[in-house]
Design a protein around this ligand. Structure first.
Ligand code: DUT
Ligand code: MG
Length: 596
């Protein structure tokens, strides 16, 4: 899935990526980290004061004397323990809030950024990535990254802080005992590294499975009509079930991996108190260690053992983050190939609408054969060009080159005399009203769909454009008129009705170039005639490029172009082409049923 426009995410360090994107909350985040360190170090205070209490007031030759004459110290120790515990609770609460809010902020920011990125990609991107996969990246994967910021990093810091502080304290009390306890640590690290190697690929696989499952679900739900039409529900349900159980199994194997390593880690962790009991006991007998110190050691031994136990879940989550962030960074750093030239021309907002193709050739990136070859023609402002030709001859491909959805592989496409590659994409596309071959409407009101390209379009204008496209009659008959909400992809409308709304939408931006790709194919002859008539009398200047199959649609055009196998084979007015007795003439004979 990697090509030149999508640089491999491994080139960017993940942690650096997170850090860069924390900009704006870095200080706050560091405050959270400091808080985490502080309250973990503070965990030592209770055992510290307990040791002091024991050694002064219990296990001391002068214990009774101390209790009588140094009672104040006793209270100070107690008050310090209570006070520090309270402070620690406040810090725990505060840092929890910081990590949560920073990670939510990060999630929000990156999600918006990714959405923006995806919106600005070119057609190539959309044929590379599947919708379900993109959705996984923007939901599940992002959450794994948020979890890294909110939980993984916090837990790592807490574990390291607690472990280090305790070890320092242990060394301070008795370096020999502390060193003996430390001997086990390298063993634990070897086991954890092995675990990492084992579980890493599993997380990557798990993530792929989830994405596949989402893609299947998304494609089936949006293509449900096809599933129903072919009565393939059972097949689709079984297919999903297979994917689902595979995902579930992978999930289990990933989760179970830790169980292989857990006994070793648990044994090492449990060895700690045993070593302490044996060696500590000997040291007390030898008089090397006081009872209070021993109490401090055993009261804190968990602070050494627990971080070791949590290494497993930390490593698990870290591997999940690794798999997810790679996917996110792939989108994050992807650049559309078709984008504004830094030296793009600044042209007047409204174009005149002259379109010229100069020796244009075109081939899809994944295609073997050229789709268009050596195409040259000109449409003057205000003129109408009709394009005809057999299915698959390259009509849609040709018109997609005008808004620069794809880049020509040879020659030039010029609008108002400028190469489209030198124009600002936004400006170019704002001037083009396009009604595509497969109509896609949004789940919105009819009004909202027509005014999609110009949200401030007043109601009476919406009605006017609906009238131009012969849609006003059927809209008026709908229960809530223009406020009727149509479903996803225009559910609730007929094919011809959808086409007419799509035409109204293309007209509503008052384009200087109007492109209709088979837009009236599903409309009856009578309605089509009506549309033809209103297109002639639009209240704004407009060049029209119309792809159609019907002679009735094309015969009044200023120019008719016949495309065959990616070449222009005929070009002229209706009369000229009829005289030529070529492809166009044969179409006329076929459609009118008479020799002309
Ligand atoms: N093609 C691709 N990739 C695409 C779209 C099309 O390889 O993303 C191929 C299919 C076909 C040729 O390009 O062989 C031309 O397709 P186009 O859609 O331009 O044909 P059309 O003239 O618009 O056909 P129709 O009348 O069926 O809409
Ligand atoms: Mg087409």
């Amino acid at each position: 899935m990697e090509n030149n426009s999508l640089p491999s995410s491994t080139r960017h360090s993940r942690v650096k990526w997170v850090w860069t994107n924390l900009k704006g909350r870095r200080a706050f985040y560091c405050l959270g980290i400091m808080g985490s360190i502080t309250f973990n170090v503070m965990q030592l205070t209770i055992p510290f004061f307990v040791a002091k209490l024991i050694d002064t007031f219990i296990d001391n030759e002068n214990a009774a004397y101390n209790l009588e004459h140094n009672r104040q110290l006793f209270y100070i120790y107690l008050a310090a323990m209570v006070g520090l515990t309270l402070i620690r609770t406040v810090i725990v609460y505060g840092t929890g809030m910081i990590f949560e809010s920073v990670s939510q902020w990060f999630l929000y920011k990156i999600r918006n950024f990714l959405y923006d990125k995806v919106q600005r990609q070119d057609m190539n991107f959309y044929s590379t990535f599947r919708t379900g996969d993109l959705m996984t990246r923007m939901t599940g994967d992002l959450d794994a990254v948020r979890h890294m910021i909110a939980w993984v990093i916090k837990t790592i810091i807490e574990s390291v802080a607690l472990y280090t502080a305790t070890m320092v304290y242990f060394f301070f009390m008795d370096w020999l005992l502390a060193s003996i306890l430390l001997v086990i640590s390298p063993l634990i690290f070897i086991v954890i590294l092995q675990f990492r190697k084992d579980v890493g690929p599993k997380h990557a696989l798990l993530r792929e499975k989830l994405s596949g499952l989402n893609t299947d679900a998304q494609e089936n739900i949006s293509g449900n009509r096809v599933v129903k039409a072919f009565a393939r529900e059972k097949y689709e349900i079984e297919k999903f079930d297979k994917g689902n159980s595979e995902y579930s199994e992978t999930n289990q194997t990933t989760a179970l991996t830790w169980l292989k390593y857990y006994p070793a880690i648990e044994t090492f962790a449990n060895l700690m108190p045993i070593i302490l009991l044996v060696v500590g006991g000997i040291f007390i007998i030898d008089g090397r260690l006081s009872t209070g110190q021993f109490a401090a050691f055993s009261g804190l031994i968990w602070a050494i053992a627990n971080p070791m136990r949590s290494l497993g879940s930390i490593m698990n989550e870290f591997q999940r983050f690794k798999a997810a962030s790679a996917k996110i960074m792939e989108i994050y750093y992807s650049e559309p190939k078709i984008k504004d030239d830094p030296k793009a021309l600044d042209l007047p907002d409204r174009f005149k609408g002259r379109v010229e193709f100069k020796n244009v050739s075109f081939k899809y990136e994944d295609g073997k054969l050229p789709v268009l070859e050596n195409i040259s023609f000109t449409v003057e402002p205000g003129e109408t060009l009709a394009i005809m030709g057999e299915t698959g001859c390259g009509k849609t491909s040709l018109i997609h080159l005008i808004p620069r959805f794809y880049e020509v592989t040879g020659g030039q496409v010029l609008v108002d005399g400028h190469d489209v590659r030198q124009m600002k994409l936004h400006q170019l596309r704002k001037n083009i009203g396009l009604a595509t071959q497969d109509v896609l409407l949004y789940s919105d009101t009819i009004d909202g769909n027509i005014a999609y390209g110009d949200e401030h379009l007043p109601k009476n204008e919406v009605v006017k454009f609906a009238r131009y496209s012969a849609a006003s009659d059927f809209i008026a008959k709908m229960p809530e008129g223009y406020d009727t909400i149509i479903g996803e992809r225009g559910v609730g409308l007929s094919g011809g009705q959808k086409q007419r709304i799509s035409l109204a939408r293309a007209l509503a931006i008052r384009p200087s170039i109007l492109i209709l790709d088979d837009t009236t194919s599903a409309v009856d002859m009578e309605t089509e005639k009506e549309i033809q008539e209103s297109l002639k009398h639009l209240d704004f200047p407009c060049t029209k490029i119309i792809i159609a199959q019907r002679i009735s649609t094309t015969k009044n055009a200023d120019k008719i172009m016949v495309l065959q196998n990616g070449h222009i084979t005929e070009m002229g007015t209706h009369e000229e082409l009829v005289k030529k007795r070529g492809y166009y003439w044969s179409l006329v004979s076929l459609q009118t049923g008479e020799e002309v």
